[in-house]
Design a protein around this ligand. Structure first.
Ligand code: V47
Ligand code: SF4
Length: 375
């Protein structure tokens, strides 16, 4: 295949076979022009080179401690004003209960993000992490995006490093990938003008990596951005990864328009979703993992994505709100058996991982962490 063609795709295919880095122009070609099946085929080569036939999942639970938020991102259906009917804020008991629910289900991770509450002080956010950690120390706390960390820095007037150190002392184990949206300043201005910009997003991740925390990254696509913004986004992530090596996975996030200010836009279709998986896999040669977040993609596209570059489906989740407020039709969670079935139907081998991609050795709700899965 590709041996006699003298086309941009042939040149890109040659680079992929030789494990050479792709350029911005290559990325644009793949995003705008390349035929989807060839693109998927190339991404699958890299996916199998890095992860073989494995597809990872974790047993996790989500906690969004408040939906009250000072910001008004135009793509967000989750946030509420202080006095909205749908506004809620968890108290300590609710946080303990959610953590215990996770423990009973055998969760190895709790994923925590939420709004930036007008009236809550830094200690309240610190106590969210501390309460989870003290209630169940074996559960890994993956919490807060750079948007939240920079808000905490703003309200305490302390440096980002100090905020992260306080959080680590309270039990923070790693950071999720949210808040990245699209880094381009013009797009960001239209989507979420006042919240942390790309420089802040990168400063927080760089500092987290320096402190020994691992983190994830995301890219929100299918709204007002264009191909050049997406490729620029991926290349900025690749550059920080070259510097620190602290990212674990990229999660390409499809925009869900329902109940948002951008509800006049169409949700990206399955072909767009698969293209984003494949382009992300090919451009991020220094990321070990690309995640097909089944909640956001839907089960069928997530299964196909496992042959278009993705090697991870996220987890059991339970209590998902951000995508369901924005119109997601998937269930709010899945059992381990259902995840196994989803992965096996796609011809892949399910492997339970913890947040840091170590093998989980499980006996019902009891588990131990084994060796890192990839050497
Ligand atoms: O930052 C918000 C996005 C993110 C919408 O790190 C929306 O393992 C689409 O980051 N349509 C939060 N996207 C989710 C997130 C995440 C999810 C799963 C796993 C991990 C991980 C991280 O969701 C936000 C924003 O970019 N988002 N609203 C919407 N209407
Ligand atoms: Fe607030 Fe996050 Fe929603 Fe933006 S995306 S409005 S910061 S909850």
């Amino acid at each position: 295949m590709f041996q006699t063609l003298n086309t941009p795709l042939q040149t890109i295919a040659d680079k992929v076979h030789a494990s050479e880095r792709l350029t911005f122009e290559d990325g644009l070609y793949l995003d705008e022009t390349a035929d989807l099946h060839t693109l998927g085929h190339l991404a699958n080569i890299v996916r199998e080179r890095k992860n073989g036939n494995f597809t990872y999942y974790n047993t996790n639970i989500h906690l969004n401690p408040t939906n009250v938020c000072v910001y008004r991102c135009r793509f967000c259906a989750f946030r509420a004003d202080l006095k909205d009917e749908k506004a809620y804020t968890f108290d300590e008991k609710m946080i303990q209960d959610r953590t215990m629910e996770g423990r009973a289900a055998g969760a190895t991770e709790i994923h925590v993000v939420g709004g930036l509450h007008h009236k809550k002080k830094f200690d309240w956010y610190l106590d969210v992490v501390r309460t989870i950690h003290e209630t169940c120390p074996e559960i890994h706390v993956k919490a807060w995006t750079p948007v939240e960390i920079s808000w905490f820095s703003f309200i305490t007037k302390k440096p980002i490093r100090w905020v992260l150190e306080q959080m680590m002392d309270a039990g923070l184990g790693s950071m999720p990938g949210g808040g990245a949206e699209i880094f381009d300043p013009e797009i960001r201005k239209q989507l979420c003008e006042h919240k942390a910009d790309s420089q802040v997003w990168f400063d927080v991740h760089r500092t987290a990596h320096e402190l020994g925390l691992r983190s994830n990254a995301t890219m929100l696509y299918g709204h007002i951005e264009e191909a050049r913004h997406r490729i620029d986004h991926l290349l900025q992530l690749r550059a920080l990864q070259d510097e620190t090596g602290g990212f674990q996975t990229l999660i390409p996030l499809a925009f869900h328009p329902d109940n948002t200010e951008l509800n006049y836009l169409q949700k990206p279709n399955g072909m767009f979703d698969l293209r984003m998986m494949a382009v992300s896999r090919l451009m991020l040669d220094n990321f070990d993992h690309i995640k097909a977040y089944w909640i956001m993609l839907g089960e069928q596209t997530a299964q196909l994505a496992l042959s278009y570059g993705a090697d991870d489906v996220d987890g059991t989740v339970v209590h998902e709100l951000i995508y369901h407020d924005a119109g997601a039709k998937t269930p709010e969670g899945k059992t381990v058996e259902e995840l196994h079935q989803l992965i096996r139907e796609a011809g892949r081998e399910p492997i339970e991982r913890d947040t840091l991609y170590r093998r989980v050795i499980r006996d019902g709700a009891t588990w131990n962490v084994g060796e890192p899965i990839l050497a």
